[in-house]
Write a protein that binds this ligand. Structure first.
Ligand SMILES: Nc1ncnc2c1ncn2[C@@H]1O[C@H](COP(=O)(O)OP(=O)(O)O)[C@@H](O)[C@H]1O
Ligand SMILES: [Mg+2]
Length: 387
């Protein structure tokens, strides 16, 4: 099979050299039973590649079972993977097969493996190495013949360094690793994606499609696409539904771009955007941050009252968050008497969190309850890059 035929067969779109490299590597390993680790940002096509590997293997007549390790609560993941005996825990009224049994003879796709809890990682390593596992609540060993394909949008080396991911498991699963670059690093594929997604979607739903102007395709090709191919596909499909039959130009595309993409189209355009009545993710995030600030304020009140600083204590007990006292003007801190606006509060809080965790951005993002991506975006937005 040629790479083109392989792509056609498994619906893998893309002619960039990055995509061709991925395909070549995947074709070489598909027929083996080797564990494959697929890296890449969310929406970049990791699952598409995993399914192609399974489809091209001699296990293709058996199921591929996909499990999102990040979406299943910690206590439940283990029994989902390995099954459980009746009475193993409250609510386990019946014995149940786990995915390792269900996928026997086939492939198990472990998505977001970086989110797997450490104790489960131990058991996973065992089953990969020996094929043996035990149902939760059982003391007898079972075997299963499963090929594991793992995917992660986190850099597993970093997770290993931080102690969140076992090094032995990492070494075991990365024997073959495939990295899918973000869409913004293979922009030459964007027009191809747009064309194929548009045609596929309009055919499938019998919606007339008027086509994109070359301007429109150029605009789409220039965006950052933090949500990668998934985001592009969703956008193309919404445009086709809402612009029924019309020729889509660059101006009409701008209407459909979410705020995070608008940042890249340019400051001036984003200010022209209508104000949304519904809460955007950013607004909800701000609310969360305000709430966190409120809690910090309460902590401060406690601390101050312990120290016994009467004047400041009275001031802080006011029912609105008060600016902090700082000795020197510092652009990263809220000035006493300055108007307290959400942006300042947010900036201050991010700076505080990063300082608190000595520059560890992941811990800071966790503490703030926002994603790493949002944190990086905000660091850029507030020019806090070097904190
Ligand atoms: N190379 C590609 N060819 C065709 N469709 C793709 C490609 N990459 C991603 N997609 C589509 O984009 C969406 C997200 O892909 P997915 O594999 O789920 O990404 P990930 O697992 O990395 O989050 C899916 O709808 C998928 O079909
Ligand atoms: Mg996925």
């Amino acid at each position: 099979m040629t790479p083109e035929e392989f792509q056609e067969k498994f619906g893998i779109i893309g002619e960039s050299s990055a995509m061709r490299d991925v395909v070549t590597k995947v074709m070489q390993v598909a027929a083996t039973d080797v564990t494959v680790l697929i890296g890449g940002e969310s929406g970049s096509g990791k699952e598409v590649i995993a399914r192609a590997i399974h489809g091209a293997s001699n296990r293709s007549d058996k199921p591929i079972v996909a499990v999102n390790c990040g979406a299943i609560p910690e206590g439940i993941l283990e029994s989902e993977l390995f099954g459980h005996q009746r009475g193993a825990f409250t609510g386990a009224v019946e014995s149940r097969k786990g995915y390792f049994e269900i996928a026997d003879g086939g492939t198990l796709f472990l998505d977001e493996i970086g989110d797997m809890p450490l104790p489960t990682q131990v058991k996973l390593l065992r089953v990969i190495e020996t094929g043996e596992f035990m149902r939760v609540g059982s003391s007898s060993t079972q075997t299963s013949d499963v090929r594991v394909i793992a995917a992660s949008n986190k850099l597993l080396e970093e997770e290993v360094a931080k102690g969140y991911f076992r090094q032995d498991l990492y070494f075991r699963i990365r024997s073959v690793s495939v990295y899918i670059p973000p869409l913004r690093e293979r922009r030459e594929d964007i027009p191809i994606f747009v064309g194929k997604f548009a045609r596929e979607f309009s055919d499938r739903n019998k919606i007339q499609f008027g086509g994109f102007t070359s301007d429109a395709v150029e605009t789409l090709s220039g965006l950052e696409w933090p949500g990668n191919v998934r985001e592009l596909k969703n956008l193309v499909e919404s445009i086709i539904v809402l612009e029924r039959g019309k020729k889509v130009d660059s101006d009409s595309i701008v209407k459909y771009l979410p705020k995070n993409e608008m940042m890249y189209v340019g400051e001036s355009t984003s200010r022209l955007l209508p104000v949304h009545v519904d809460k955007t993710p950013e607004e909800s995030e701000r609310e969360l941050i305000l709430r966190a600030l409120w809690e910090i304020k309460n902590d401060l009140v406690d601390i101050k009252s312990v120290i016994g600083s009467g004047a400041v204590g009275r001031k802080l007990s006011l029912p609105i968050p008060q600016p902090y006292q700082t000795a020197e003007p510092d652009p990263g801190r809220i000035q006493d008497g300055a108007e307290l606006n959400l942006r300042e509060v947010e900036k201050h809080l991010i700076k505080t969190a990063i300082e608190k965790f000595h520059g560890n951005k992941r811990m800071a993002a966790d503490a703030l309850g926002i994603s790493m991506r949002s944190l990086y975006r905000k660091l850029q937005e507030y020019k806090l890059k070097d904190v």
